[in-house]
Write a protein that binds this ligand. Structure first.
Ligand code: MG
Length: 357
């Protein structure tokens, strides 16, 4: 499963700036454009999903760029593993995914084939950010457009002070059948405040407390009837197993970047399957390149809930691959994905190539 990289001759680190379709705000910050780090290992490409600032986890684009250049790529060229480098999950994921993509291209296989995925489509979900000025009509019209477009679930970003009102408004406006969740990105400090969200039939409440606060998540999961889902807390399959074992959550959001790569994401999936709990694939507002990985991964049988997997146009007016589009609320599991190099070139802000010495 793990790509070795022993045959890789050169690795390119390329930064591109892509404007978002519209600014996106969550409890941990606002983003209006993505400064994306692309990694090429010979003919294989991957996207580093680290955001521009260290506000989701500790990782951020400049930091990932540095550790790739100074530590991870030299190790790859020296034939040493990446395992004894602590942290830097998103940077490691980008490098190992680029190496895997190179291997798959050379053997003419798709990522879905590599993963053993047989589903051809996966259900699409959408994340609604916190609107400017807390505008409820703006939130409702965005949700209305998403449901009309066919999205199978709606997730709303919440934080203390922007929680009960938007969740109640969405539930009141669209009724019980709409699959509705809330994601707090760790912005709560009291179980009582989270309990206020327990009366709206939410499919789940995601990451109410800080990533390392398993005790509050345990208390919350014990007190609420709404399932608790963990995102930022789950940094590995071992953490997933521990969080489920102690009852800190009953659903897990899997992101390959957050857990250090595709192979570890599959191991988290397998933990969820072994424990009989629901899991789904999250997103980091990826370009089509990162979206390809997420959508292929979401085809695994344990991912039984719709993920945060949207059409490309939800995030980017222009994407660096052919856009993902909704088909009756589903996204098609990609075959071979080609980068639109003209779009990549037009948005490139820097490029460096490291060569095996
Ligand atoms: Mg989340």
């Amino acid at each position: 499963m793990e790509a070795s990289g022993v045959d890789v001759h050169e690795v390119e680190l390329r930064r591109i700036r892509l404007p978002l379709a519209r600014p996106f705000r969550a409890a941990h910050g606002t983003v209006a454009e993505r400064d994306v780090l692309l990694v090429r290992a010979d003919d294989g490409w991957a996207e580093c999903v680290a955001p521009n600032a260290p506000t989701y986890t500790a990782e951020y684009t400049d930091g990932a760029h540095h550790v790739l250049r100074a530590v991870l790529i030299p190790r790859l060229f020296e034939g040493r593993g990446l395992e004894d480098v602590k942290g830097h999950a998103m940077a490691k994921a980008a490098l190992t995914t680029a190496v895997l993509d190179d291997e798959l291209r050379r053997s003419g296989r798709t990522l879905a084939e590599h993963l053993g995925v047989t589903r051809e489509t996966v259900p699409a979900g959408i994340v609604l950010g916190i609107p400017d000025n807390g505008s409820m009509p703006a939130l409702l019209s965005e949700a209305e457009a998403a449901l009309a477009a066919g999205y199978r679930r709606i997730k709303v970003k919440v934080r203390p002070g922007w929680d009960v009102q938007p969740v109640a408004a969405l539930r009141h406006h669209f009724g019980a059948p709409v699959d509705l969740s809330a994601d707090a990105n760790g912005s709560y400090t009291s179980v009582e405040d989270v309990e206020l969200l327990d009366h709206f039939g939410l499919t789940m409440i995601e990451q109410p407390f800080a990533a390392d606060d398993l005790l509050s998540h345990m208390a919350c999961a014990a007190s609420l009837s709404t399932p608790v889902c963990l995102d930022e807390s789950i940094t590995s399959a071992a953490m997933a197993d521990a969080a489920l074992a102690v009852g800190a959550c009953s659903i897990i959001n899997v992101k390959p970047g957050r857990v250090g790569g595709i192979a570890e994401a599959v191991r988290v999936h397998d933990v969820c399957v072994a424990r009989g709990v629901d899991a789904w694939v999250g997103g980091m507002s990826e370009t089509g390149l990162g979206r390809t990985v997420n959508v292929a991964l979401a085809g695994l049988p344990g991912f039984r809930l719709p993920g945060d997997l949207s059409a490309s146009s939800r995030w980017f007016p222009v994407d660096i691959t052919a856009p993902f589009e909704l088909e009756d609320g589903m996204l098609r599991v990609p075959k071979q994905v080609e980068l639109r190099m003209d779009v990549v070139e037009a948005h490139t802000t820097s490029k460096e190539v490291l060569t095996r010495g």
